[in-house]
Design a protein around this ligand. Structure first.
Ligand code: SAM
Length: 358
């Protein structure tokens, strides 16, 4: 049996946005279905009207292009478990999915209720592993393309499914666990750290975010994002009327300009412009697209704050603003609600340089 439903994990409170996003992508390729997304549950499930259409949709979904989902898993029907033997139905469902997997992820929603489930899943894990082995299922096959997921949504309810290693988050529960650097001036630094990890792989980082390059940080105070650029060896102009961390200024890599980020113009083009100003998303989207359009920077990472009700619509609006400002093509844009983002998303925008980048 092919798993025909799509399970996505997200930040609690953003289930509706996941539902809108999945429905819009499904609609665009003619797949009909509906999304089950209980408010604040931290997950959503797309259920196609026809099973084979769900399989079709899964083929079209590119995890990296999804804005709100943190993880993407293809699952079958939800399982109702008995207290006496939770393991047998999970093993049976896994056997339906295959015989070898590249990892086993036993997970739950990122909510307080979900966290409470770990008191159940922790002692259950060795039993599930034993059951899988006994059924001839290898879940440690490094050559397999899929990972096996058991996603508990209650003590007696779970989904069993698979994710493609090449089309999903590599982080457990889709949560990037990053350590707060001791000398960074603000916790916001983790947002840019996660964005760099998410948007650039190691090779790209070495080429495109490397020592000797230049950057501008709009809305920099107290300096968490500037700190990240400095750590990567960039020379940075930090633009903000607020103060910049004294130690960061002592690094010799940072110049502070007390200026308005919407009026600041670089004397010469820079490699990177990053922006974490708290402003309306459409204004920030226009600003970032303008920097790229005018060639003031090569690439940009910026944050769009979404405190409004119609967040999905706002994201679509910003996408349209960027597209228009850049003449309808020749750029790549990724938008993602990162784990360290709250009511906001982070975007990566650049001129298209090679076919593999969009
Ligand atoms: C969320 S904080 C930035 C935190 C920073 N990214 C960090 O990691 O420490 C937003 C900053 O944007 C600045 N800001 C807001 N509007 C601005 C504008 N028009 N020009 C320059 N800075 C602005 C504020 O002064 C504030 O320091």
């Amino acid at each position: 049996m092919k798993p025909s439903r799509l399970l996505v994990y997200c930040r609690a409170g953003f289930e509706r946005e996941c539902a809108q996003e999945l429905t819009s992508i499904a609609g665009a390729i003619g797949v009909e279905g509906f999304v089950k997304a209980r408010p604040d549950s931290a997950f959503a499930v797309f259920q196609p009207h026809q099973d084979d259409m769900g399989v079709e949709l899964a083929k079209h979904l590119e995890f990296a292009r999804l804005v709100f989902p943190r993880q993407l898993v293809r699952v079958g029907d939800p399982l109702t478990l008995q207290e006496a033997d939770r393991v047998a139905p999970i093993v049976a469902a896994a056997r339906d999915l295959g015989r070898s997997f590249n990892g086993l992820a036993i997970e739950m929603p990122d909510t307080n209720d979900g966290k409470a489930l770990s008191t159940l899943t922790r002692p259950l894990t060795p039993h599930i592993e034993k059951g899988l082995r006994k059924a001839g299922i290898d879940f440690e096959d490094a050559s397999a393309a899929e990972r096996l997921h058991v996603f508990f949504v209650g003590s007696l309810a779970c989904y069993v499914g698979v994710s493609d290693l090449a089309n999903s988050s590599r982080w457990p529960m889709g949560i990037a666990r990053l350590r707060m650097p001791r000398d960074a001036p603000s916790r916001s630094t983790l947002k840019l750290a996660e964005a760099i990890d998410e948007f650039l792989d190691e090779k790209e980082r070495a080429k495109r975010l490397a020592p000797g390059m230049t950057g501008i940080d709009l809305g920099a105070s107290p300096g968490g994002w500037t700190w990240q650029l400095v750590k990567h060896g960039l020379m940075v102009i930090a633009v903000d009327n607020g103060a910049i961390d004294a130690k960061l200024l002592e690094s010799g890599q940072v110049k502070h300009r007390r200026d308005d980020g919407f009026h600041f113009k670089p004397e010469e083009p820079v490699d990177w412009m990053v922006c974490d100003m708290v402003e309306s998303p459409s204004r920030i989207a226009r600003l970032a697209a303008g920097w790229i359009a005018q060639g003031w920077c090569r690439e940009s990472i910026f944050n769009l704050k979404l405190p409004m009700k119609k967040r999905w619509e706002e994201v679509e609006r910003c996408r349209a603003i960027i597209d228009e400002a850049l003449g309808g093509g020749g750029y790549f844009l990724r938008m993602k609600q990162l784990y360290h983002d709250r009511e906001e998303i982070t975007c990566h925008l650049a001129r298209q340089r090679k076919a593999a980048l969009r």
